[in-house]
Ligand binder design. Structure first.
Ligand code: UDP
Length: 247
């Protein structure tokens, strides 16, 4: 969120955004499950220009041991941006932003995982942003949730996520980098659709109460569409296995 250059219009007179989308349109999303050989579960998501890999290890014995919980597994999340993922090379390693994002992603995923089944273990999630174009936390949550399912970890539901925001005074779905930079607000949301739970809700920028509610509703709609794509991606993986067995 920064000052918009004089005269820059994010929505034109016909209602189209700079990348050709309408106000309530998602970017193009592709998901693939089970892409890494050495992880217990993995998923790759392309979401507009975002490219994100998620890998899951576990449940496995925790080291150091004093971190073990006698009655359940612990979930650990590392969100990381590759130095080449952004226009201005990012210094490698954790910074304040990635520590915060790791924490909120853990909070978004934790309610879905049935941790009590695996006492004394950890489930470790690595989210690697290979290319970033705004919305990486929601794309990361979406990928991580698929990777957990791919690892066979029992879950109450998949977690699906999406953001909505405000650009040129209007509420719009799924802001890209330019819109995130020069827009007025961004509201990322994560949901577990079966029980209508919200597991992540943040806001950057300024909105009235009415606009905030409109953005949350729109983001939930977007997340529900993402959820359908997640289910398709999982189905796809198992279809492939069935086909292979057939051969
Ligand atoms: N970004 C960047 N350099 C950084 C951090 C972020 O260029 O060091 C860009 C990147 O494209 C990211 C976007 O800014 O996706 C928005 O970042 P934000 O913190 O709002 O999180 P996100 O929308 O990715 O969840």
């Amino acid at each position: 969120m920064m000052g918009k250059p004089e005269g820059l219009k994010l929505i034109d007179e016909n209602g189209y955004r700079l990348d050709g989308r309408k106000k309530y349109e998602l970017r193009k999303i592709k998901m693939e499950v089970g892409v890494l050989k050495s992880a217990d579960g993995s998923a790759y998501v392309e979401w507009g220009k975002n490219k994100i890999m998620a890998a899951v290890y576990g449940p496995r014995e925790i080291h150091p041991k004093h971190l073990q919980k006698p009655d359940r597994a612990i979930l650990r999340v590392r969100y990381n941006m590759a130095p080449f993922s952004v226009e201005e090379r990012k210094k490698p390693g954790p910074d304040r932003r990635s520590v915060e994002i790791s924490k909120v992603i853990r909070g978004a995923l934790e309610p879905a995982v049935i941790l009590e089944l695996f006492p004394r273990t950890s489930i470790d999630i690595f989210i690697e942003v290979l290319q970033a174009d705004a919305g990486t936390r929601v794309a990361g949550i979406t990928a991580a949730s698929l990777a957990l399912a791919d690892a066979g970890i029992p879950m109450k539901d998949l977690v699906a996520a999406c953001a909505a925001g405000k650009i040129d005074g209007e509420i719009a779905l799924d802001l890209n980098k330019e819109e995130d930079n020069y827009g007025e607000a961004d509201v990322p949301v994560a949901i577990m659709p079966i029980k209508n739970d919200i597991t992540l809700l943040q806001m950057d920028g300024y909105l009235t109460k009415e606009e905030f509610l409109e953005a949350v509703k729109l983001a939930i709609k977007g997340a529900k569409a993402v959820y359908q794509k997640q289910r398709e991606a999982l189905r796809e993986k198992y279809l492939k296995i069935v086909e292979e067995v057939g051969e």
